[in-house]
Write a protein of this length. Structure first.
Length: 330
C-alpha cells in the first residue's frame, strides 16, 4: 500500500515562530526522511524523523486548496512524529474536488501509519479548514485515533466543493455531499447565499466565503443530523478557530463540536481556543502573511483578520498543535 523508496534526507533549522510575547524560538531539527506513498488509491508523502525511538504517527490533511502538505509534514516530523501527509483531492488519481470522498480513504492512511514500527498504535489526525472537518470525522469513525487537532475546521458537516462547475456561484449553489461512509452520503448543512454576497461576486469584489454558511440550526434534531459525532472519538480533541474567519464560521461551527463533547462528558481532554485572527492560520510558521485576500475559483476571497494577527496566530496555532499531539500521543 505504501510502495516507493526513501527519496530524500534533509536537515533543517526551523524558526518555530512568534510565540508568547513575539520572540522567535529557533529549534534545531534532526534529519527527516520522506518517501512517496502510492498504491491502494492513496496519494501521500510519509515523513519520518531520524533516530530509532518512538515517533507517534500523525495523519496530516490539507484544506480546500487540495494536494499535499509535504512541507508541513516534514516540519511536524522534525518534532518527533511519523507523519503521513495525505491528499484526498486535486491530484492525479484523486477526485477533482471534495465530492463523495469516502471516510474509509483516510482509514487506509492510518493503515500506512500502523505499518511503521515507530509510529505506535494510537494515532493523531490534524488538518486545517476542510481538513479540520475531515480530521474530526476520521476520529469519530476510526477507533485508532488518539488525538485530533482541527484548525479553523468545523463540527458541522459542510457541503462539498465541485470545482468542475466553474463559476463560484455555481460551485456554491446546491452543492453536493462532501463525505461518504460505507457508500452512504453523509447529510450536511447546505449553503445559503445572501444577496450582498451574490452582488460582490458579480462585481468581481473580494468575498467572505463564510457568508455562504448559515448559522447552526436552532432545531436540535436538524442540528444533530448535520453534526459530526465527535463524542465517539476515543481520544483527545483540540479545536482551534478564528473570531474573524472569512473562510468559514469556524468559531461557531467548532463550538458545536465542543458542546457535544461537553454534553457527553467526554473522558479525554478537549478544548476550544479562539484566536483573534482570520482563516489563514493553518500550517507551520513561514513567511510573514502580507495580505488577507487570496485567489479562488471565480473570484478573490477575503480571509479576515489582519496580516500581523494572522501571522502571529498561525505560529501560536502550530505550537499548540505540536504540544497537544505530544501530550496525548507520547
Amino acid at each position: 500500500m505504501s510502495r516507493g523508496r526513501w527519496v530524500a534526507g534533509l536537515s533543517l533549522v526551523v524558526a518555530v515562530g512568534l510565540v508568547g510575547g513575539g520572540c522567535f524560538t529557533a529549534v534545531m531539527v534532526e534529519t527527516v526522511m520522506t518517501r512517496p506513498v502510492r498504491g491502494g488509491g492513496l496519494v501521500g508523502v510519509l515523513a519520518t524523523p531520524g533516530g530509532t525511538g518512538p515517533a507517534p504517527g500523525v495523519l496530516l490533511l490539507g484544506g480546500g486548496e487540495g494536494g499535499l502538505r509535504e512541507r508541513d509534514a516534514e516540519i511536524l516530523a522534525a518534532e518527533g512524529f511519523t507523519v503521513l501527509a495525505l491528499a484526498y483531492f486535486g491530484m492525479p488519481g484523486l477526485p477533482g474536488g471534495v465530492v463523495d470522498v469516502p471516510v474509509e480513504y483516510f482509514s487506509r492512511g492510518l493503515d500506512v501509519l500502523s505499518g511503521e514500527p515507530r509510529a505506535g498504535d494510537r494515532f493523531g489526525v490534524t488538518g486545517g479548514s476542510r481538513g479540520g472537518e475531515a480530521a474530526l470525522l476520521v476520529g469519530a469513525h476510526d477507533g485508532r485515533v488518539g488525538a485530533v487537532v482541527s484548525v479553523v475546521g468545523s463540527g458541522i458537516l459542510t457541503p462539498g466543493v465541485d470545482y468542475s462547475r466553474g463559476a463560484l456561484l455555481d460551485i456554491l449553489t446546491d452543492a453536493p455531499a462532501a463525505w461518504t461512509v460505507r457508500g452512504r452520503r453523509l447529510p450536511y448543512l447546505q449553503h445559503m447565499i445572501p444577496d450582498e454576497m451574490r452582488d460582490r461576486i458579480e462585481r468581481g469584489q473580494p468575498v467572505r466565503l463564510s457568508s455562504a454558511f448559515p448559522p447552526p440550526p436552532d432545531d436540535p434534531a436538524e442540528l444533530d443530523a448535520v453534526s459530526i459525532r465527535v463524542e465517539r472519538i476515543k481520544g483527545a480533541v483540540l479545536l482551534l478557530s478564528a473570531s474573524d474567519d472569512g473562510g468559514l464560521p469556524s468559531a461557531a461551527y467548532s463550538q458545536i463540536a465542543l458542546d457535544r463533547l461537553s454534553t457527553a462528558n467526554h473522558r479525554f481532554p478537549y478544548a476550544h481556543r479562539v484566536f483573534d485572527a482570520g482563516h489563514s492560520i493553518t500550517g507551520p510558521p513561514g513567511e510573514t502573511i502580507v495580505s488577507t485576500t487570496s485567489p479562488g475559483p471565480g473570484g478573490t476571497f477575503e480571509q479576515g483578520g489582519t496580516p500581523a494577527a494572522n501571522t502571529a496566530a498561525r505560529a501560536q496555532a502550530w505550537q499548540a498543535t505540536v504540544e497537544f499531539l505530544a501530550q496525548n500521543l507520547r
